[in-house]
Design a protein around this ligand. Structure first.
Ligand code: BV8
Length: 229
């Protein structure tokens, strides 16, 4: 087996204490998606959106990587072939667990200038009036992909999906596209597919194998099996 592509979602960070989106009392139960995760919401009330991500950044700082994050980093190091890790998450727990990660929905660690497109490392707290270090205009936004915006590195991700032998989805509800469609691309390239989740996702029927349970149990066991192969 030469290439594994792994997609993770909020469920992999749940046992690190970070909220998921669609579980009970998840983030979308406390905030309206339209208000905090769309360009229109940002234009309407940039302070509300900055505060939403300041809260997420503070939570993420307090959290630590769990056994699932470190197991995937271990797999990247020990697996003979290539392990491509794509996350929908915006926290940095994969990196802090030692893994190389593609953030298709952006990252709390980045700020973006809505005026000139400049990117820079985000401070813990950001405000709408923060001047861009490049063009000095007060147009700072989180470097996060909102609904209706194009996720990052899609061409690269599709190329990996086109030539992978195994595709795994971990801790994602399969509700958000284009990420939720990755399993179909993997199937079209003849890859084996596995879903590791607490409960069946909306796309569970597209997976050849499923493992249910908390990620800190299912992921290390799965990595151990793969490393034994
Ligand atoms: C785009 C950043 C086009 C913000 C996010 C109608 C039909 C189909 C698609 C659409 C449609 N209408 C609109 C669309 C497109 C839309 C979409 O898919 N909407 C959905 C809601 C219908 N998608 C988009 O807008 C995307 N862009 O399509 O652009 C385009 C084309 C051309 C030019 C320009 C644009 C952009 C999507 C990205 C939006 N940003 N996040 C932020 O993070 O604050 S999405 C948001 O949902 C998060 O990123 C999150 O990652 C993502 C998915 O959620 P999950 O990670 O899966 O989390 P969730 O809570 O849902 O599930 C948690 C899972 O974990 C559960 O299954 C649970 O069982 C499990 N779990 C819990 N605990 C554990 C566990 N598993 C294991 N162990 C545990 N302990």
């Amino acid at each position: 087996m030469d290439k594994i592509v792994i997609l993770t979602g909020a469920g992999i960070s749940a046992e690190s204490g970070l909220g998921t989106f669609r579980d009970e009392n998840g983030l979308w139960a406390q905030h309206r998606i339209e208000d905090v995760a769309t360009p229109e919401g940002f234009d309407a009330n940039p302070k509300l959106v900055h505060d939403f991500y300041n809260m997420r950044r503070a939570e993420s700082e307090k959290a630590s990587p769990n056994a699932a994050h470190t197991a995937l980093a271990e797999l990247q190091k020990s697996f003979a072939g290539e392990v491509i890790l794509v996350t929908q998450n915006v926290d940095d727990l994969h990196e802090r667990g030692g893994a190389e990660t593609m953030h298709m929905h952006g990252s709390l660690a980045g700020s973006l200038c809505a005026a000139c497109g400049h990117r820079w490392p985000s401070p813990l707290e950001t405000r709408p009036e923060d001047p861009c270090p490049n063009c000095a205009r007060p147009a700072t936004r989180p470097d996060i992909v909102w609904f209706g915006e194009m996720p990052y590195q899609m061409d690269e991700i599709y190329a990996h999906l086109g030539e992978c032998d195994l595709f795994a989805a971990i801790g994602t509800s399969g509700e958000v596209y284009p990420a939720a469609g990755f399993v179909q691309h993997a199937n079209a390239s003849g890859a084996d597919t596995i879903e590791l989740n607490l409960a069946p996702s909306s796309t569970v029927s597209h997976f050849a194998q499923t493992r249910f349970g908390p990620a800190t149990q299912t992921v290390p066991a799965w990595v151990k099996e793969l490393s034994g192969k």
